[in-house]
Design a protein around this ligand. Structure first.
Ligand code: DC
Length: 228
């Protein structure tokens, strides 16, 4: 049987991760964080002294990054040279460099190929910026999650506090998030945008439970008959 893919796009802090993890757990779909793959690319560029502002240097390096993927605990886990990157890919430095790295077509092609290959693991819920438009545009379950910039920045800040990696003020978090949104939605290759046919959910005034319910309720009828 071919795998089913739920695709979720949206700007930083719109709630994609929390929603995808919950919906994935509910349905037994593996959670796939595509942003982490762009972060790994960025982390590896920095570790090898590649200038992230030089798209040609980044493109030439992209093919050398090897990531092993393995289903684990309801998600697809990533390994670079046998190690999980952990919080090394969640630093403000990586936040700053990830958007320029993600503009490079060779990087996007490589990450897209890794993501498509993951369907061999079974049913997936994949979150990112171009999942509904470019990676899995044929999926009948595509969502565009949005929220106000204030709500998104506040969620990101709380997440960083929870992970013990917070070292920025609320204003700095908002500024860095808006800077990334601007690059992500104006880049030439696979920019962030709402796909035709994707269901837009504005989570500004919704609880996590409500968003999860909205996603589950909007799944294709023939999936619901098998899955729920
Ligand atoms: O979701 P995130 O903050 O972990 O994403 C990190 C960066 O990768 C961000 O600048 C957007 C980019 N990205 C992308 O271009 N396409 C995706 N499918 C996922 C993330």
């Amino acid at each position: 049987m071919t795998s089913r893919v739920i695709a979720i796009d949206g700007p930083s802090g719109a709630g994609k991760s929390s929603v995808s993890k919950r919906v994935g757990a509910e349905l037994g779909f593996l959670h796939v964080d595509s942003g982490a793959l762009y972060r790994i690319m960025t982390w590896q560029c920095l570790a090898h002294d590649i200038d992230t502002a030089d798209p040609e240097a980044v493109a030439a390096f992209a093919g050398q990054v090897a990531v092993d993927c393995e289903p684990r605990g309801g998600a697809v886990a990533y390994f670079v040279n046998g190690q999980e990157p952990g919080n090394a890919i969640r630093t403000p430095e990586i936040n700053r460099h990830a958007s320029p790295v993600a503009t490079v077509k060779a990087v996007r092609d490589r990450v897209t190929a890794w993501l498509r290959d993951m369907t061999r693991f079974g049913n997936l819920i994949v979150e990112g910026r171009d999942i509904t438009t470019a990676v899995f545009p044929e999926s009948p379950a595509r969502f565009y999650l949005v929220a106000s910039a204030e709500a998104r920045a506040e969620r990101r800040r709380l997440e960083e506090i929870e992970k013990g990696i917070a070292d920025q003020s609320a204003e700095e978090v908002k500024r860095s998030l808006l800077a990334r949104d601007a690059i992500d939605s104006t880049r030439k290759h696979a920019p962030l945008r709402k796909a035709d046919g994707a269901l837009e959910i504005d989570s500004t005034r919704m609880t996590l439970d409500e968003v999860v319910e909205a996603v589950l309720a909007a799944l294709p009828q023939d999936w619901k008959e098998v899955l729920q």
